[in-house]
Write a protein that binds this ligand. Structure first.
Ligand code: AMP
Length: 111
């Protein structure tokens, strides 16, 4: 298994897990682009949202709901935050395991 995020799930690669349940987990991005930069990933290996099916709806929904909860817990929700997922090369997706970025803690660049 060569997927870096699968190795975080199996604890072969260390990460500071800030949320975990049976479907997803969350940990800080190793190269944060903003003051708060957390990644939320599914435990099931899916390369991106393009690979997901209806059976993944619950886990994908959880990425957003838990992302919003973590925004509240980390104190960035009031001023606003962004949840986004890059898909494919035009979006700059570097890791082929579905993940949602939670960004905030400062003014975010407009997209
Ligand atoms: P993306 O460009 O959307 O594929 O983002 C992948 C993100 O994963 C980047 O922001 C990387 O900094 C982050 N990343 C890669 N390896 C690790 C790791 N071992 N622990 C935490 N974050 C990582």
């Amino acid at each position: 298994m060569s997927c870096v995020f699968c190795k975080i799930i199996s604890k072969e690669i260390p990460a500071e897990i800030i949320y975990e349940d049976s479907d997803i987990l969350a940990f800080p991005d190793v190269r944060p682009k903003y003051k708060t930069h957390v990644l939320l990933i599914t435990k099931k290996h899916l390369a991106s949202v393009s690979e997901s099916g209806a059976e993944d709806d619950a886990a994908l929904g959880k990425l957003l709901r838990v992302g919003a909860e973590l925004a509240k817990k980390t104190g960035i929700a009031e001023d606003g935050f962004r949840l986004l997922t890059n898909t494919g090369k035009n979006a700059g997706q570097a890791v082929s395991h579905i993940h949602v970025h939670l960004l905030g803690g400062e003014k975010l660049r407009n997209i």
